[in-house]
Design a protein around this ligand. Sequence first.
Ligand SMILES: [Zn+2]
Length: 255
Amino acid sequence: MTVVFMHHDVIDASKSPKSGFYGAGAEVYKVTLARFREQIAGLAAAFPGKVPALEADAPFALTFDDGGLSATEVVAEALAERGWKAHFFVTTGLLGMPGFVSVSGLRTLVAHGHTVGTHTVTHPHRLQALPYPHIVREWQDSRARLADLLGRPVVCGSVPGGYCNRAVRRAAAQAGLSLLFTSEPTIRRYESDGVTVWGRFAVLGRDPAESAVRIAQRASARGVRALRWQALGVAKNALGPAYPALREGLLRLRA
Ligand SMILES: [Zn+2]
């Protein structure tokens, strides 16, 4: 059972203290480099010889949303120390903007074996509530831009805000995507409306490093049916409108 983790920015204050979105609750998703190193060291120790991947026998996979500058300046370096690969989902309308990855940075990620996917053009707060043609354009224009810049097809995306309804899935399929990642904290995946949908577990800055290991170990040991997840009562004002759907998706493993 592959647990897919959802990171955002990993902050190395000495390099790029500003990366990705700020305000409106975005900060809770930023993990320090020290904590991130602990997390991946813990995963490496818990699963000797395994590397992050979406293959069936991989215990975990790593994804990074938004396209913040830390993807290229911090995350890629930390992963390179282990030879690990990840998926990076990029908000294409912000490419090259302050705090976000550049086109050359994206190409470097791909050259190093990482996968780049779309996180829409404008990162709408409620993608699922937009008119259907607008949702299609968010996926299509972003995907086309990435494919053009990278010279290869782009088949995967992650949903800004994390919530995925039928229109979001159908629009993604219509735009040519086949893999769609949400923020639903589950290892269950399903085919619907022309795409394969994968849930993911959000990693927050305040999470202890070992929580990622515990989630992956339990999923690996017990399989999907025996897992018990419990919603964490997150204060409504803890997360702002930038991530409204994630608030609902913040779950924790039952002790
Ligand atoms: Zn996002």
